[in-house]
Design a binder for this molecule. Structure first.
Ligand code: ADP
Length: 265
């Protein structure tokens, strides 16, 4: 709260009174500050790959281009960094659409078990390579739900790819779908990976917030996956939360509401 005192003088009589104006500026200032932080983050996240690309291009120019093996390696790095920038900009555009409520959520009837099986299939190669096992448990009665399939696929992909990224080889991931009450679908993804320190938990859904920036970058992360997942779930009228124990693992749970007919049917 900002308080402004203005003293009123009346001619020849000195101070006649004081007016105090109370203004709630905290909310506004917080918004302004987070906007500034966001712009700084975006700039930094874009400048890092650009700087890398520039230095590799310079090295090519300085002669590396004459050495086919080296040249191929440098071009590969530049290409990887370009791909990271494309991912970043795509994520940013999507967040901006979700923010401005321009994103149209088009729901279709979806079989939950089928959706989750297809999702684990998409990751089967990666999972096998890393020797990570997956348990998929779909409770009876979960059935079908109306959702925007592309967007919820993206939520699932972000969450499962995190579970894989932050779990060592040979780890285990458990995906569960339940219907704790008639009107709610609950999906949880649990890993036995590195976990998240307690002090970071409250900020983990913030844009660009990462426990370990270098690690996240080296894994190809943009630091926006959880923020996007949260916005998509919110746009569906659902909730999302994360529990984690450092060194033990992480469990992320989101809910989606069934429509009235599905709830009673
Ligand atoms: P990133 O692209 O960095 O993975 P996210 O928004 O998806 O960005 O996640 C933000 C941060 O949360 C990650 O950098 C990581 O520190 C932490 N995190 C997310 N999921 C997990 C998980 N399953 N286990 C451990 N840490 C996680």
């Amino acid at each position: 709260v900002r308080v402004t005192f203005t003293t009123i003088y009346s001619k020849g009589k000195g101070a006649a009174g004081t007016i105090a104006v109370l203004q709630d500026v905290t909310e506004q200032e917080k918004l302004e500050q987070s906007r500034r932080e966001f712009v700084a983050n975006v700039s930094h996240e874009l400048r890092t790959p650009l700087t890398t690309i520039k230095s590799y291009l310079e090295a090519l120019e300085d002669g590396a281009i004459e050495e086919p093996q080296l040249a191929a390696k440098f071009v590969g790095v530049a290409r990887n960094e370009t791909e990271r920038m494309i991912r970043l900009v795509t994520d940013l555009l999507q967040l901006s659409r979700l923010d401005s409520k321009q994103a149209i959520i088009s729901k279709e009837t979806t079989d939950v078990a089928e959706m989750l099986e297809e999702m684990t299939d998409r990751f089967s190669f990666q999972l096998e390579q890393r020797s990570i096992s997956v348990d998929l448990e779909v409770e009876q009665g979960v059935g079908e739900i109306m959702l925007d399939r592309d967007r919820i696929d993206q939520v699932l992909d972000n969450l499962v790819s995190n579970a894989i990224k932050y779990t060592p080889d040979g780890g285990h991931i458990r995906i569960q779908a339940t219907r704790p009450v008639q009107s709610v679908l609950e999906i949880s993804i649990q890993d036995n990976g590195i976990g998240i320190p307690r002090k970071d938990l409250s900020r983990i859904f913030e844009r660009f917030y990462r426990v370990d920036k270098a690690r996240s970058r080296s894994m190809g992360g943009t630091g926006l996956g959880l923020s996007i997942a949260r916005e998509i779930v919110k746009a569906h009228g659902g909730t999302i939360h994360l529990d984690s124990e450092l060194g033990q693992g992480t469990r992320i749970t989101f809910t989606l509401p069934y429509q009235q007919e599905e709830a009673t049917g």
